[in-house]
Design a protein around this ligand. Structure first.
Ligand code: FE2
Length: 207
């Protein structure tokens, strides 16, 4: 069974004005789809059918297969990113709120760190909030790299900082995009759900 482009968990215009329908049209409909199609092509060519998406990613990393790694990790990263966003403005609560208090003081301070890390990240990549040894940690990964390929890095939330994520709406202003997304679109319910350590499974697919 081939991997599929998962549908967006909201309407294309639901994140406007922070992320436009046009951006989602291209980002989801063209970029994400291209990663899915290329991954399926490699899987067939290399006889890797039947493995889960996460297994394809770790196999590609272990065998140094860059083409397969870049495309399959981007399929997973984008599937996780769409779920990290919500049209409804939310605030963290419960256990998540406690962890934020312990690690950062306030949600605003956490967001400030995530924006700073993601703004400073050179060139293409992803800003991440992860669970590391039971604590929240802000970090970033280059290009297509993904927590799926890092033992013990449990994904909670991501922001895409590839230029294709913001160029239509913000031109070259990565900070403008990050400020708008983190102030208005973070799906804190999804973050809280991922505290169970099963974040990888939420963007995985059967092979
Ligand atoms: Fe992207």
């Amino acid at each position: 069974m081939a991997f599929e482009l998962p549908p967006l968990p909201y309407a294309k215009d639901a994140l406007a004005p922070h992320i436009s329908a046009e951006t989602l049209e291209f980002h989801h409909g063209k970029h994400h789809k291209a990663y899915v199609d290329k991954t399926n092509g490699f899987v067939t060519e290399k006889g890797l059918e039947g493995r889960k998406l996460s297994e394809i990613i770790t196999h590609a990393k272990e065998t140094g297969d860059k083409g397969l790694f870049n495309n399959s990790a981007q399929v997973w990263n984008h599937s996780f990113y769409w779920q990290s966003l919500s049209p409804e403005k939310q605030t963290p609560s419960g256990k998540l709120a406690d962890l934020i208090k312990d690690g950062f003081g306030t949600p605003e301070e956490l967001v400030k760190k995530l924006v700073a890390e993601s703004t400073a990240h050179f060139s293409n990549g992803w800003g991440w909030l992860v669970l590391d040894g039971g604590k929240l940690k802000v970090t970033s990964l280059h290009d297509a790299d993904s927590p799926v390929a890092h033992e013990g890095m449990l994904p909670l939330l991501t922001v895409d900082v590839w230029e294709h994520a913001y160029y239509i709406d913000y031109r070259n202003s990565r900070p403008g995009y990050l400020d708008a997304v983190t102030a208005n679109l973070i799906n804190w319910e999804f973050v809280a759900q991922n505290l169970d350590g099963e974040g990888v499974s939420r963007a995985d697919q059967e092979g």
